[in-house]
Design a protein around this ligand. Structure first.
Ligand code: FMN
Length: 353
């Protein structure tokens, strides 16, 4: 019934509206609900994880469900108290940057409905690390719900050069650690939409970034969000660099820059730039997860992200080697019941094994 209502009534209505407007409305609605006990209760009774699903512990953190919201949806940490009610085990907040950032000019978010993808050209819009720290300090973290924080460099000309870019990452990382905000950190090196491009996706520059980051003391797991438009040889050169540092794992991965890989590339209007989410990321991300697992075994935790639109897609990512999962597009195209369905299926599979 809930699935039917979303897919046949709510989704067709929402998809008539501008994608960024719907996103903003949802964040405002979710933020309000998260602060209201009654709303939390109602939403939890529909979408929450009711059964005692076996929890999963990764890098010392126990997740009630392995499914998290991927970075970019809750970029200001305003949904940090409602997402547990819709079946998520965690929220990757951000990407946050050292300074507040307005993002790229509009249009910057568009649905490619037949391709089950979004064109994303947001450009790291966020309130900046200090405001987000203040917000999260005033927010009570729901029990058994994990907050990760994704860190990127501010998307403006001031942080475009290498040294300033590294300092920008380090500032946020240091401040978050000092304030003890977040259960884990993800260093986002692969935003395709920022000033100066993906500056830290060559082995040499990644090495310089990691060297500086790990001069800062942290007690939390650190992950790196990987690009997916590399062949495995180039990708693995980045993994070799990460292997030299106490990096706990990788999120595989970010948006797909190759529009030709969309099922219906003609859906992308010529005036749009940015990376593609959803189905267009699915194969690349799953292939990279599999090869990373085969090459590195248990050295790195793998957070599988990209094109999880069904329970089967999620199981495929786990079978390929993912320890945890993240998604955004699946929630939008399939509906908010997807997270609970995935958690149930994974739990069922564990019982059978
Ligand atoms: C609207 C939007 C904004 C995003 N912004 C970020 C971001 O700030 N940082 C980041 O690491 N990834 C960002 N991403 C990428 C997602 O975290 C994820 O890697 C990608 O969407 C693939 O997952 P999906 O197919 O489940 O959507 C964004 C994605 C979307 C759809």
């Amino acid at each position: 019934m809930i699935r039917f209502l979303y897919k046949k009534i709510l989704k067709p209505l929402l998809f008539k509206l501008d994608a960024e407007l719907v996103h903003d409305l949802f964040v405002s609605f979710g933020s309000f609900c998260g602060r209201t006990k009654l709303c939390r209760g109602i939403i939890k009774s529909i979408y929450g994880l009711k059964h005692p699903y076996p929890s999963i512990t990764v890098d010392g953190i126990t997740y009630k469900s392995p499914v998290m919201l991927a970075a970019g949806f809750d970029y200001n940490g305003r949904l940090a108290t409602i997402l547990d009610c819709v079946g998520f085990g965690g929220d990757e907040i951000g990407s946050v940057t050292a300074r507040p950032c307005e993002g790229n000019e509009k249009p910057r978010l568009k649905r490619m409905i037949k391709s089950q993808s979004l064109i994303v050209y947001k450009g790291l819009k966020n309130d900046g690390v200090e405001e987000i720290i203040n917000r999260l300090k005033k927010t009570r973290q729901p029990k058994d719900f994990i907050w990760g924080i994704s860190i990127a460099k501010t998307n403006d000309s001031k942080s475009a050069c290498k040294a300033d870019g590294i300092n920008d990452y380090c500032y946020s990382f240091k401040r978050l650690n000092e304030e003890n905000i977040g259960d884990f950190y993800t260093i986002n090196i692969s935003c395709p939409n920022a000033h100066g491009g993906e500056t830290f996706t060559t082995p040499q520059l990644l090495n310089e970034l990691m060297e500086k980051i790990f001069t800062i003391k942290t007690k939390k797991p650190v992950y790196v969000k990987m690009p997916i438009n590399l062949d495995f040889k180039e990708f693995n050169e980045l993994m070799e660099v990460l292997n030299k540092y106490p990096v706990n794992g990788v999120v595989i991965g970010n948006l797909n820059k190759n529009y030709k890989e969309a099922t219906f590339p003609e859906e992308a209007p010529p005036e749009y730039r940015g990376g593609l989410s959803g189905k267009t990321c699915q194969k690349r991300s799953t292939d990279l997860i599999r090869k990373t697992k085969e090459t590195w075994g248990d050295r790195f935790t793998i957070i599988g992200c990209g094109g999880i639109l069904t329970v089967e897609d999620a199981l495929q990512k786990m079978e390929a080697g993912a320890d945890l999962l993240q998604l955004i597009s699946g929630m939008i195209f399939e509906g908010p019941h997807l997270m609970k369905d995935i958690a149930k299926a994974i739990s069922h599979k564990k019982h059978l094994n």
